[in-house]
Design a protein around this ligand. Structure first.
Ligand code: HEM
Length: 327
């Protein structure tokens, strides 16, 4: 019975993803099985690399998923975030806490051996993020490929295109809309914070130092015992490299716990908490908190839209030889 129910979920998810793909205006020339002749093992090589890296380091899935978000929101999903050098996106302070680059490089190295010059870094980033969600128990589904790599990567483009935790709901809606993403996509994709971690300074705006030099909670929307816990983990003067789990309950599982946390006033960032507080998104948060299958279905659709943001295809861009440098 359980098996047939999960099979049904998988089929529904697949149909939802295929319909979303057909309806997407930015699908350009992406296609399923794009590498069927040029590199049949492409997806296998990427998922194998992600699997082996994640099994030796469980922080890898979170890193790969965030890498995709920061890639797609700046210049589209074109691997511009991977380019190294002065003044590139990667050098911007908003991107210094990104990780997972070595996993992408290692998949690319293997792909260059089996199918030289065939598989773009942009597709590797998208496939790796898709697989990064599957590793900790999230939904699996096909995504179209055929993205090409961009040649432009400019640090000045990062801040205007990446959401900050202090953003109001209106600011987040505006940013997501500019990428072709809806309010529902915003709620769904924020569910990525069910895995991974954050540096103490990413949520320090929720606290301030009182006259006795002690941290106190400013943001009353946060559960007080959770706030205490955060202040203990991130005391004043704690190391810049200190991190806490985004999801205090099931940090290494891709599940709907993020939404239960929000309902319990335990959203780590102000931009998470606002999803419960705002009347436009509260109902969706509450629905996902009680129904993981509907979150997973939405995830498939929204992820597909995210990975199609302003993609370069056909004769645009290039297939990089090394993901860190343009050819
Ligand atoms: C909606 C606005 C969003 C804001 C303001 C935001 C902000 C942040 C911040 C500040 C961090 C902590 C970074 C650090 O200190 O290391 C973080 C982590 C993370 N974010 Fe978001 N994020 C947003 C949306 C998204 C989306 C759409 C995704 C992916 C679909 C995503 C995936 C992640 C992941 C997986 C992590 C954990 C990274 C790790 O473990 O290294 N975020 N986010």
């Amino acid at each position: 019975m359980a098996t047939s129910a999960s099979m049904e979920t998988k089929i529904t998810l697949l149909v939802a993803v295929l319909l979303a793909f057909a309806a997407s205006p930015s699908r350009a020339s992406l296609s399923f099985n794009f590498y069927a002749t040029s590199c049949p093992a492409a997806e296998f090589i990427v998922s194998n690399t992600v699997r082996s890296a994640s099994s030796s380091d469980p922080t890898i899935p979170g890193k790969l998923l965030r890498l995709l978000f920061h890639d797609c929101f700046v210049e589209g999903c074109d691997a511009s975030v991977l380019l190294q050098g002065n003044g590139t996106e990667r050098s911007d302070p908003a991107n210094t806490s990104l990780g997972g680059f070595s996993v992408i490089d290692s998949a690319k190295r293997e792909l260059e051996i089996f199918c030289p010059g065939a598989v773009s870094c942009a597709d590797i980033v998208a496939l790796a993020a898709r697989d990064a969600v599957v590793m900790p128990g999230g939904p699996a589904f096909p995504i179209p490929t055929g993205r090409r790599d961009g040649r432009i990567s400019n640090a000045a483009n990062v801040r205007p295109n990446i959401a900050d935790t202090s953003f109001t709901m209106n600011e987040m809606i505006k940013l997501f809309k500019s990428k072709g993403l809806s309010l529902d996509d915003l709620v769904t994709l924020s569910g990525a914070h069910t895995i991974g971690s954050a540096h103490c300074n990413a949520f320090s705006d929720r606290f301030r130092m009182n006259s006795k030099g002690k941290l106190t909670l400013i943001d009353k929307s946060l559960d007080s015992s959770y706030a205490e816990d955060l202040m203990k983990k991130c005391p004043l003067g704690s190391s810049a490299s200190k991190t806490v789990d985004n999801d205090p309950e099931t940090s290494f599982a891709f599940d709907n716990q993020y939404y239960s946390n929000l309902v319990a006033h335990k959203g780590l960032f102000q931009s998470d908490s606002v999803l419960l507080e705002d009347g436009r998104t509260r109902a969706k948060v509450e629905a996902f908190a009680t129904d993981q299958e509907s979150f997973f279905r939405s995830w498939g659709e929204s992820f597909l839209k995210l990975t199609a943001v302003r993609v370069k295809t056909d004769d645009e861009g290039e297939i990089r030889r090394s993901c860190s440098f343009a050819n």
